[in-house]
Structure formats: C-alpha cells, structure tokens
Design a protein around this ligand. Structure first.
Ligand SMILES: Nc1ncnc2c1ncn2[C@@H]1O[C@H](COP(=O)(O)OP(=O)(O)O)[C@@H](O)[C@H]1O
Ligand SMILES: [Mg+2]
Length: 394
C-alpha cells in the first residue's frame, strides 16, 4: 500500500508536486522586497487544497537574503484548547522570527539578546531595554506589557533588515490559518496593528492564509473596503489539482496504482482534485487491482472509515452543538441562518457562536447568506454513516 502524507510532510521535496505557476506568481510578489516594495498577501482556498504545503515550499526556496518565519494559528489555537491570546501570538511570532536569524553571523548579538528577552517574558519580566537598544527599537515606558511586546514584535523584522548591512533584503512572515485570530476577544485591533506597521515597512511581507472560498465574509473583514487592509492585500486563491494534474500526480507519486480511463475519471470525481483527499484515498488502494469505475466506487465506500480517518478524528473533536449544526445542514442542504435556528434546539446566541467556530475551522462557509458544508470528505462520511446506521455518529 502506498503511504502518502496526511499532514504537511517535513520532507518537502519528496512529496511536493507541481504548483509551478503558483510558485512563480508568489515569488514575483516577494521579489519586490529587493526593491524595497513590500506586498501583503492573502492566500485563500478550501481546507486540504494545499495552501500550507505550497507556502512551506515557497519559503524553503526563497534566496538566502530573504528571511522567513512561519506561524500556524490553528495549531496554537489547538494547543491552547481554544484559549488563544494576543500575547501568545506575539510571543510565538517573535520566537519564529528570531529563529530565522539563528545562523546569520552578523546578527548573533541580536539573536542572543532576543532569545534572552523571550525567556524573561516567559517569566513575566518585560524589560526590552537591551534588545531594544541593539535593534534601535524604542519601547515607551508604559505599564501595559502587551503594548510593549507588540510594538517590539511588529518592528523587529524591518529592523533586522536595516541592521544587516545589506545582507538581508527582506523578511517574509507566513501567518497560516489567521482566521483563528477571530477567536480572540477583540480581533479587530489586531489587524489594525499589522496594518499600521506594515504600511511603514518596505522590506516586510506578511502572507496570511485562510481556509475558505474567496467570497467569504471574513476575507471581507480583513481586506474588504472597510476591513483593516482596505483592499491593499493581494488576494491569491489556491485551486485543487485539475484532472490532468491529478493524473500527473498519481503517475509520479504512486505509479504502482493502476487505473483504467473510467476509473481515473471516477477517482477524480471522488477526490475533486484535493490533494488531502487524493492522499487519503491512495493510501488504502492496492497495487494488485486495476481500478475501473466500479472498483473505485467499491473501494471508496468499503474502506471509507480508513479513507476518512483524519476527518473522523476531527469530528470527534467537535462540540455537540457544532455536530448538530453540520448534521442539520447535511439533512436539509444549504440553509439560511433563520432556517438553521428553526431546526436546532439551542439559542440564537449559541448558534451564532458555533457557526463562527465552524467557519474558522474551514468546515462551513457562508456566502450569499447561506451556510454550507465545505468539507466534502466529512460530508461523504457522515452521509454514509447515516445510511448505514440510520443515524449520525455522536
Ligand atoms: N502540491 C502538492 N503536492 C503534493 N502533495 C500536496 C500538495 N499540496 C498539498 N498536498 C498534500 O495535501 C494535504 C493537504 O495539504 P495542506 O497544505 O495541509 O492543505 P491546506 O493548508 O490548504 O489545508 C497534505 O497532506 C499535503 O501533503
Ligand atoms: Mg493548512
């Protein structure tokens, strides 16, 4: 049986396929840092389409004079069991940024002093004087520790470029699944903070990603006319593999799996070109079968519990209310808020809260006032269970 990764693998080159055009586009947006022009980028695309892997590949291949930091907010959110704080995001961001200069000879003094600073902060000592004076960041003498920290963190990447004597031309910071910032008590000031600093920085590019369709409301919030970035962010959507790319991917990564034409067609229909679905399905397929249309269908449903194992784990992590909302939408098809409210037995406030969480997790989307389930694998598994057992899994 093949073994393709279900998460983003650490051996990028062994598993990464194609995305040549996407990489050319993104690289050209970053290349402007060499001319002191910083683009801010918003990468969208459904869950499992390959955003994180694409960005890991992008930052791995950037030239040495562009430093990079990567932060996945959904992981932070998970580790904190949903209690995400501004302070934690800022601290982790600083840690990741500082790791980027670990091997820069000329920046060792800075690296060490920021490392010490981070250690002190963990022990509630917010003294920025030493690190601040090395980098030329003046921290106001105020009692609000978060304010001090955020100012330091937001200024850090540009100051690194400025103090590198020409060796570093830019800093690229990926904030993956940024929509979890929406789970903070007041997310708006957070976006405005990024906005106010990036505006003055010529060598720092942020890449925010979010699992959603391009039309979603959260995208509007950050990049819409009234959002913090007011259309200043360049939006970049990642699409699933085309039928041809899916075929090329299979040939290159799992040549042992054999298809007839109709079998391949059906495989593409089942997986919709989402690498996450393709990998999960391939991992249960056999090299001893030549897959025609019927074999593909049979294999998919007979082994759905294995194919969907990642989604089953995710289902187990959802709350009772979140599950109820998903089941209601699967039973009735896409629904408006008022229709949903009629079909669930909890309050409008609980409904609103849980809808927001599901949207942030990239499971539901909301566009044209209608809520729908975005995650096709989850939906397929739930429908199958309902048909088999007569009820949805709890
Ligand atoms: N270009 C690619 N080549 C090979 N595998 C990919 C590619 N893009 C994504 N994958 C695989 O698909 C899965 C989902 O990708 P990921 O980047 O986590 O999606 P997203 O961040 O959009 O949710 C991962 O297991 C990853 O290894
Ligand atoms: Mg991702």
């Amino acid at each position: 049986m093949p073994s393709l990764p279900l998460g983003v693998p650490s051996d990028i080159d062994q598993y990464f396929y194609n995305r040549k055009k996407e990489l050319i586009s993104l690289n050209s947006l970053i290349d402007t840092l060499n001319h002191d022009v910083a683009n801010q980028i918003l990468v969208t695309g459904y869950r499992g389409v390959g955003k994180s892997f694409l960005l890991k590949k992008l930052i791995q291949e950037l030239p040495d004079n562009i430093l990079t930091a990567y932060l996945d907010i959904s992981t932070l959110y998970g580790i904190q069991k949903g209690n995400l704080t501004e302070e934690l995001i800022m601290r982790t961001l600083l840690e990741e940024m500082n790791n980027a200069i670990k091997d820069e000879n000329k920046l060792q003094r800075t690296y060490k002093s920021v490392k010490k600073l981070l250690w002190n902060i963990m022990n509630s000592d917010y003294d920025f004087r030493e690190a601040g004076s090395i980098l030329g960041i003046s921290i106001p003498d105020i009692s609000d520790n978060y304010e001090k920290l955020s100012k330091f963190v937001m200024e850090y990447p540009q100051k690194i470029v400025d103090s590198s004597e020409g060796e570093v031309k830019g800093f690229v910071i990926v904030v993956d699944e940024f929509q979890f910032i929406g789970e903070l008590e007041s997310p708006e000031p957070f976006f405005w903070l990024f906005r106010s600093f990036t505006q003055k920085q010529d060598n720092v590019s942020y890449i925010f990603t979010r699992s959603t369709s391009t039309t979603s409301e959260v995208v509007e919030k950050i990049n819409g006319i009234n959002g913090a970035f007011g259309n200043r962010m360049i939006q970049f959507n990642v699409d699933p593999f085309t039928r041809k790319e899916t075929e090329g991917y299979l040939k290159e990564k799992v040549p042992e799996i054999k298809f007839t034409n109709s079998g391949l067609e059906r495989f593409y229909k089942c997986t919709r070109g989402y690498p996450a679905y393709i990998n999960s399905f391939c991992n249960i397929m056999s090299a001893d079968v030549t897959y025609d249309e019927n074999e593909v269908i049979k294999e998919f449903y007979q082994k759905l519990e294995q194919v969907a194992v990642k989604w089953i784990t995710m289902w187990a992590s959802l709350s009772k209310h979140e599950k109820c909302i998903i089941n209601t939408i699967i039973d009735n098809g896409p629904l408006k808020w008022s229709e949903l409210l009629k079909n669930v037995d909890f309050s409008d406030r609980t409904l609103t809260n849980n809808l927001r969480k599901l949207k942030n997790k990239g499971i539901l989307s909301h566009s044209h006032k209608i809520y729908m389930v975005d995650d096709h694998m989850l939906a397929a598994w739930l429908r199958y269970k309902k048909k088999e057992d007569g009820f949805y899994p709890s």
